[in-house]
Design a protein around this ligand. Structure first.
Ligand code: FHN
Length: 431
């Protein structure tokens, strides 16, 4: 009997492993990955009924607000100043090419019109509008890509049973098949009903790593509905079969200041790193630790140099507006991108590890050295340059630079140069 059981378990394991590892991205998925990497800079938006309390998206959990009391926030949600056009223009002005927005966060409130639960922005608020639809339509009109953040974790649903022990991959106090089906219905809606959706950004897996999340079914469903939709999962672990990009939270790939990335080796998939513009994801009325223009640009440049996109988060206010402080900072970032975007968009990184002075981005036959800190020597040295360097100039004004090319790499002399405190970009063209 025991032997039979063991055999059955092994068989089941093999079948599920086979189902997962058999994922082969389609040509349109591979093209979508390339395009994703070309875009480089995106806007992350955390917005929900929690925004009303101005204390971040974890407020229900952190302040231990009982679910039934928290739910009342839906009754007061009336973002009279919400304007999808303004958000999309905000992103465009900053030089961003895509938006990733919370369609549902851990509080379980759906910020889209869903038939799978009445606890959603259209049915449960006096506003009765679907901001995800308005945003999707506006993004499509303006050529901005839209990705949906989707929380696997739910603090309120009885079938999820937050806090329940997990036995045999399921919460003993919940109804796991019901919860998995609920998510599948919602994801089907998000991908089928909202025009132009190009990515799903999962989060919350880390809350119960011993659960059977049925990722093979969930990922399979998404790719069946639209094979070019990119799947990423912020599980803080190594990438799993069926995923199309890998994200890092508040750390560049390889960094682990948050403690989230300890188990996530850098994969061969497209990479993305997300960071907050202050210290909060959702609107936090007390958080004034705004990042400077220089910090944001250097984060973006470092991400690109590490071959990753940069997804920068803002938490709009409950009235639907984005704080003016953020708009001011990002307008300056946008001006910088207009001047220097050719050294970021469409480039790849990771050619050489980050150096004391900065990082490299590149395209075929062009290499951009981003000097972010004064070099220790009166030159920078770039190893592994393929081909002969035919031109070495400052991107800012085209002025020629002195170089020496050796078989082991190129020396670019920086003595006598007035360095830009944000980023001095050196463009090397090769044959
Ligand atoms: O708990 C969430 C948090 O609220 C936020 O959404 C971030 C974004 O990366 N992710 C989670 C923590 O890993």
């Amino acid at each position: 009997m025991m032997k039979k059981l063991a055999l059955l378990t092994l068989l089941l394991y093999c079948c599920s492993a086979k189902a997962q590892s058999s994922y082969t991205p389609t040509p349109d998925n591979l093209a979508a990955r390339e395009h994703f990497q070309d875009m480089k800079f995106g806007l992350f938006i955390h917005w929900g009924i929690y925004s009303e309390l101005g204390a971040g998206e974890w407020v229900m959990h952190d302040k231990q607000i009982p679910y039934n009391n928290y739910k009342r926030l839906a009754d007061f949600f009336y973002p009279q100043a919400f304007d999808a056009k303004a958000w999309v223009q905000f992103a465009k002005r900053a030089g961003m090419k895509y938006i990733t927005i919370t369609s549902r966060h851990h509080d379980g409130f759906s910020m889209f019109g869903t038939k799978a639960s009445p606890y959603n922005v259209v049915d449960a608020t006096p506003w009765h509008r679907d901001p995800m639809m308005e945003l999707a339509q506006e993004c499509q009109k303006e050529g901005i890509e839209l990705h949906f953040y989707y929380s696997l974790l739910d603090w309120g649903r009885p079938d999820y049973a937050f806090g329940s022990p997990i036995v045999n991959g399921e919460p003993v106090n919940g109804n796991w098949p019901s919860y998995i089906n609920f998510m599948k219905s919602q994801l089907t809606e998000l991908i089928s009903n909202y025009p132009g959706v190009k990515g799903i950004w999962f989060d919350g897996y880390w809350e119960r790593t011993n659960a059977n999340w049925h990722l093979d079914e969930i990922y399979g469903l998404i790719h069946k509905l639209n094979s070019s939709v990119l799947i990423g999962n912020n599980h803080h672990e190594a990438v799993k079969p069926g995923e199309d990009f890998q994200m890092f939270e508040k750390d560049l790939p390889g960094g682990n200041t948050t403690g989230f990335s300890g188990k996530s080796q850098i994969s061969q998939l497209p990479l993305e790193t997300c960071e907050t513009i202050n210290n909060s994801w959702g609107f936090n009325i007390n958080d004034r630790s705004y990042k400077t223009v220089k910090q944001i640009i250097q984060y973006l440049v470092n991400a690109a140099g590490n071959n990753a996109n940069f997804l920068l988060n803002v938490g709009p206010m409950p009235n639907g507006k984005i704080q003016p402080e953020f708009a001011d900072t990002l307008a300056v970032v946008g001006n910088w991108m207009q001047k220097n975007g050719e050294s970021i968009y469409g480039t790849r990184g990771g050619l050489i590890p980050p150096q004391q002075w900065g990082v490299i981005t590149y395209k075929p036959h062009v290499l951009y050295a981003h000097v972010l800190k004064t070099p220790r020597q009166p030159y920078i040295f770039i190893p592994s340059v393929e081909g002969k360097v035919s031109k070495a100039v400052l991107l800012a004004d085209g002025s020629k630079l002195k170089i020496k090319q050796q078989p082991e790499g190129v020396f670019v002399y920086t003595d006598g140069l007035t360095l830009d405190p944000v980023d001095t970009i050196i463009e090397l063209t090769t044959d």
